[in-house]
Design a protein around this ligand. Structure first.
Ligand code: HEC
Ligand code: HEC
Ligand code: HEC
Ligand code: HEC
Length: 411
């Protein structure tokens, strides 16, 4: 679905439909649902659970569980109840899949979905996400060939992330360090980016896994770290350090004893402060150090149209998570690395004000892209999701918009 965008464009098509369900009900439904055969490597996720109690489900029709699993793990981060990131329709209910597709009314959404999942030029999910596996694709094809029969997996359940329960029981340091470095970008105290369980406190790891209640979240997390299909962290991230995974497994084998590691402070829990102590006072006077923290592209395409340079991507790296607008970010020392949908990599060093930018060039920029910030020592913080707008500061405001946690932060 490679889509070329003019700089600064961020498509979204919100829909009004939304279902909410109490966590208790969601859990209860997950535990009592007989609809999925539990396979630790291909979890159906909570959304696949039967949802007795939501009145609309019966009317809308239900899907087979293998179709639900595919949609939950590969499609609904964009094609959810409220589509995001430019996706034109929901792919949640039987009705959604059997409806005409938005761009081609001669095909149902399911038919076009199969085409796009098989496409090498315009795949779904869009690059850089990995293609749908052969087994899941086979099951989807069989369902289509069989006439898109309704199944037994109810689908109209909005995923309700579990919040971290606290109190902060202590984890051993090797477990704490692995989770802090590689998992909490999504599995934060309030999980984001499609993840449902927090992986923060001892209690978070000790409770039963929602989709595999006979196991603890920790044991299930270990299975997912080893899984070839649906691994954690999701495909696309750097592979885990085998020694760190081995230490995690040894902890589970030892019965998950409590440890004594101080919890890694969540950098996004910090207070607002201008951490550099330097403020931009040059107004709209053109400079590479101008307006740190403010959405560069939004202004360059309006107030600055014609006089300001056109950027494909631009933003500011800060020392703390909630620095105010016009406060200088880090004084250099970090590199921002942006990888576009066709694998072009743009590396830019943050300047004295923490600003960085990629100027429009001949071969353009194909969205969605992924981004990370790399420190002088090689440590990095990366954006787990792929984004469509290059205007980093438009989401990474002092407190964050569109689910961003706050500023783009130096590692
Ligand atoms: C990262 C977000 C994202 C994910 C994940 C994703 N899509 Fe999409 N999808 C989009 C966007 C954006 C469009 C519109 C642009 C386009 O058609 O390429 C789209 C369009 C489509 C269309 C075309 C609709 C039409 O009428 O033209 C189909 C079909 C589709 N997606 C199916 C899927 C399926 C099936 C999956 C999972 C296997 C999936 N998508 C995963 C973002 C996503
Ligand atoms: C890019 C964001 C991201 C990162 C980073 C990530 N996960 Fe996940 N995780 C998800 C999403 C999305 C789901 C739900 C879909 C699924 O099950 O694949 C999930 C599901 C899980 C689940 C099943 C419970 C749940 O929340 O649905 C476990 C356990 C898990 N992840 C463990 C881990 C561990 C351990 C790490 C770090 C080694 C990790 N994850 C890193 C996004 C992430
Ligand atoms: C409120 C509007 C506004 C914001 C926000 C803004 N700029 Fe600008 N920028 C301008 C205007 C207007 C110009 C052209 C000024 C001129 O012609 O002298 C400009 C020019 C520039 C130039 C060219 C300077 C030169 O020497 O020609 C650079 C580089 C630049 N901006 C970087 C950025 C970066 C990076 C950000 C975000 C961190 C940003 N700008 C945010 C309005 C803005
Ligand atoms: C449309 C909104 C949006 C835009 C634009 C955006 N981001 Fe993000 N960013 C997010 C969200 C949401 C998260 C948290 C979930 C995740 O990691 O995907 C995030 C997370 C991050 C993180 C990890 C946060 C941390 O420290 O744990 C980094 C680094 C990052 N973004 C960098 C960038 C850069 C660099 C750009 C511009 C090239 C950018 N982002 C543009 C929404 C956005």
């Amino acid at each position: 679905m490679s889509e070329r965008i003019p700089a600064g464009d961020h498509a979204s098509a919100p829909r009004g439909r939304r279902a909410t369900l109490a966590i208790a009900m969601l859990l209860g439904a997950a535990l009592s649902s007989g609809c999925f055969d539990y396979d630790p490597l291909m979890p159906p996720g909570l959304f696949g659970a039967a949802s007795t109690g939501t009145p609309s489900v019966g009317d809308r029709g239900e899907l087979p569980c293998d179709v639900v699993d595919l949609l939950v793990t590969k499609c609904q981060s964009c094609h959810g109840e409220t589509p995001r990131a430019g996706a034109p329709m929901a792919l949640v209910t039987w009705d959604d899949l059997t409806a005409k597709s938005p761009s081609d009314p001669t095909k149902t959404a399911a038919e076009l979905s199969l085409e796009r999942m098989r496409s090498t030029t315009d795949p779904m999910p869009p690059r850089p996400a990995p293609a749908v596996g052969a087994a899941a694709l086979g099951a989807f094809t069989a369902w289509l060939d069989g006439g898109t029969q309704q199944g037994a997996c109810a689908t109209d359940v909005a995923p309700t992330p579990l919040a971290s329960s606290g109190p902060l029981g202590h984890l051993p340091c090797e477990v704490e360090d692995l989770l802090a470095a590689r998992c909490r970008g999504c599995h934060a105290a309030t999980p984001r980016n499609g993840a449902l369980v927090p992986l923060v406190t001892y209690d978070d790891l000790a409770r039963p896994a929602p989709t595999a209640p006979s196991e603890t979240v920790a044991a299930y997390a270990s299975a997912r770290m080893h899984a070839a299909d649906a691994p954690m962290p999701p495909a696309g991230a750097d592979t885990l350090d085998p020694a760190a995974v081995a230490a995690f497994d040894a902890w589970i084998a030892a019965g998950q004893p409590e440890g004594s590691c101080e919890a890694t402070p969540d950098p996004f829990a910090a207070a607002q402060t201008c951490s550099s102590g330097r403020i931009w006072t040059g107004g709209n006077g053109g400079s590479s150090e101008m307006h740190p923290g403010v959405a560069c592209i939004a202004c360059h395409t309006t107030i600055g149209r014609g006089s300001a340079p056109v950027f494909l991507a631009a933003g500011t790296v800060f020392g703390t998570a909630h620095d105010p607008d016009d406060c200088d970010g880090v004084r250099g020392g970090v590199t921002v690395e942006i990888t576009d949908a066709v694998g072009r990599v743009y590396r830019r060093k943050a300047n004295k004000a923490g600003n960085f930018y990629v100027e429009a060039a001949g071969d353009g920029f194909t969205v969605p892209y992924t981004a990370r910030v790399i420190g002088a020592d090689g440590a990095s913080r990366w954006m787990n999701g792929a984004q469509y707008s290059g205007d980093c500061n438009s989401c990474h405001t002092a407190y964050g918009l569109n689910d961003a946690p706050g500023r783009v932060l130096a590692p």
